[in-house]
Design a protein around this ligand. Structure first.
Ligand code: NIG
Ligand code: FE
Length: 494
């Protein structure tokens, strides 16, 4: 039975519960499930990491949420079911979007927002006249500012302990990445430290990296496990990824990368570890609702094509999509296999064979290029234009990881795209918004379009070319995350 609240009909709510490491509230009615994150619900918008949620009470369709620090907030559920216009951004010098798949912008643009979603996009004068009669609407003036969808980082490894700065020096002195790994360093080094770290250390360090990325304009990211390589700690890494997504303003799309390398204790019985992944880790991660995709590092010194295929099969049986690290050093055929399996993305691609290009051309799979890794390893950057000219969608991502790309700066990847990978400025914007959304598995993100999530960045420049051109600095003026403006204080520090 629908219930009337001040004349508004609400659906019957079947359940409200605190979920995902106390970092979100899940509300289910007969038709849908909604999730509200701790970050969205926390009343103090001056912090980038919200406390965990301790309790919820539902009185007359208003939720009272109590946080770990004792602070309470109230959320009127009618906002969720009957969104009203709440916020209007006006006077944007350029409002960026990708109508019909092509980069375009509206001058003097405006965006109307309500219930966490974009309601309308258009010219400032038109939208202002529409909201004339709405007394409670908040207006943000984006005069001389470019306004874009929140950036999306489609490939990150944010959960790890320690750093590899000593190995960085060793590599500069002549040791190769493979030599360091064979001697027990590299990924093995990070795995040891990650297994030893406390939950709190892993959460704080991962959340810190994701917040750094947010300050550079990233409002959502794909995030992988893969530095634990055993049953308990891979699942622990995934729970941390979920918690980071709920308690910070940057949502996460979680990926299982238990197949990063073969852990040392399984070196002489690799098939046993692969069986652990296919028969235990994947089913457990799926049944706990901890992952969206499964990834494999298919390379010499990591996983073979046959092993990759076995792990992909287990992912398909469990009902999740796949993605792959492939073609970084050698082309082993995993790009073709992944494209044929409708993978969300194939990533790295410094070395791709002609038949792999053909398989990608025929698929919807996004090519995710990782210039930070090629830069760190002093390799040739892939020519992104070669993919784009063949109709393959390209995303750019940081590959944020301690070994081959220690950065949280996605706009810097756009600079690499323009200056070393043969991309136009417009192509780099597509690569970190609309294409990155497809790669990361976010349906309603990456565009300023009615019905999409209101994840919006207001930039400190009036022409979009500034972002890749002026590299290495922060350019964010302010961010609206799911319709909620994040305090200026977090950007200015005062
Ligand atoms: O994406 N290629 C595999 N994984 C990472 C590097 C991992 C590391 O060295 O820690 C990458 O580049
Ligand atoms: Fe990676």
């Amino acid at each position: 039975m629908a219930q009337a609240v001040d004349g508004v009909f609400m659906p019957e709510i079947l359940g409200i519960r605190i979920s995902k490491g106390m970092s979100s509230v899940e509300i289910s009615d007969k038709g849908k499930t909604f999730e509200l994150s701790a970050f969205q619900l926390y009343p103090d918008n001056e912090t980038l990491i919200a406390p965990r949620i301790l309790n919820i009470e539902n009185t007359k369709q208003v939720l009272e949420i109590t946080f770990e620090d004792g602070i309470k907030s109230h959320y009127d559920l009618s906002v969720l079911f009957h969104p009203e216009p709440e916020l209007l951004i006006v006077n944007a010098s350029q409002l960026l979007d990708f109508e019909n798949g092509n980069f375009s912008f509206i001058e003097n643009g405006a965006v109307l927002i309500g219930g966490g979603k974009i309601i309308k996009v258009g010219q400032t004068d038109d939208l202002l006249s529409e909201v004339d009669s709405l007394p409670s609407i908040e207006i943000i003036d984006a005069c001389f500012k470019t306004v874009s969808p929140g950036l999306i980082d489609a490939h990150t490894h944010p959960v790890f302990a320690g750093d590899r700065s000593r190995e960085f020096s060793m590599r500069l002195a002549g040791a190769s990445y493979d030599e360091i790994q064979a001697a027990g360093g590299g990924i093995h080094n990070t795995v040891r430290k990650t297994r030893e770290a406390s939950d709190n250390t892993l959460f704080e360090t991962a959340a810190g990296r994701i917040c750094e990325s947010f300050l550079n304009g990233v409002t959502s990211c794909e995030a992988k496990s893969g530095y634990a390589l055993n049953f308990e700690d891979e699942l622990r890494s995934l729970r941390i990824i979920q918690e980071v997504g709920g308690r910070t303003p940057c949502e996460t799309s979680p990926t299982l990368l238990a197949a990063h390398i073969i852990p040392r204790e399984f070196e002489n019985r690799r098939q046993d570890y692969i069986k652990l992944i296919t028969d235990s880790i994947i089913p457990a991660a799926v049944s706990a609702n901890l992952i969206k995709t499964v990834d494999v590092f298919c390379e010499e010194n990591a996983y073979t094509l046959e092993e990759t295929s076995e792990i992909f099969r287990a992912a398909s049986i469990a009902g999740v999509k796949v993605r792959v690290h492939a073609g970084q050093f050698n082309s082993l055929g995993a790009v073709k296999l992944a494209a044929e399996m409708k993978a969300l993305s194939v990533d790295h691609l410094e070395n791709v064979s002609e038949n792999e290009f053909e398989a990608l051309e025929k698929s919807e799979t996004v090519a995710v290029l990782l210039p930070g890794a090629a830069f760190t390893l002093k390799m040739m950057q892939p020519d992104a234009r070669k993919f784009i000219n063949r109709g393959i969608k390209v995303a750019l991502a940081t590959d944020m990881n301690p070994g081959t790309s220690m950065t949280c700066n996605l706009p810097l990847m756009m600079s690499f795209g323009c200056l070393q990978m043969n991309m136009t400025v417009e192509q780099t914007w597509e690569a970190v918004t609309v294409n990155a959304a497809s790669a990361a598995g976010f349906d309603k993100k990456g565009r300023l379009k009615p019905g999409y999530d209101a994840d919006i960045v207001i930039w400190n420049f009036d022409h979009y070319g500034m972002l890749p051109y002026y590299f290495g600095s922060r350019h964010v003026k302010s961010i609206i995350k799911k319709g909620k403006p994040v305090s200026q204080k977090v950007f200015t520090g005062v």
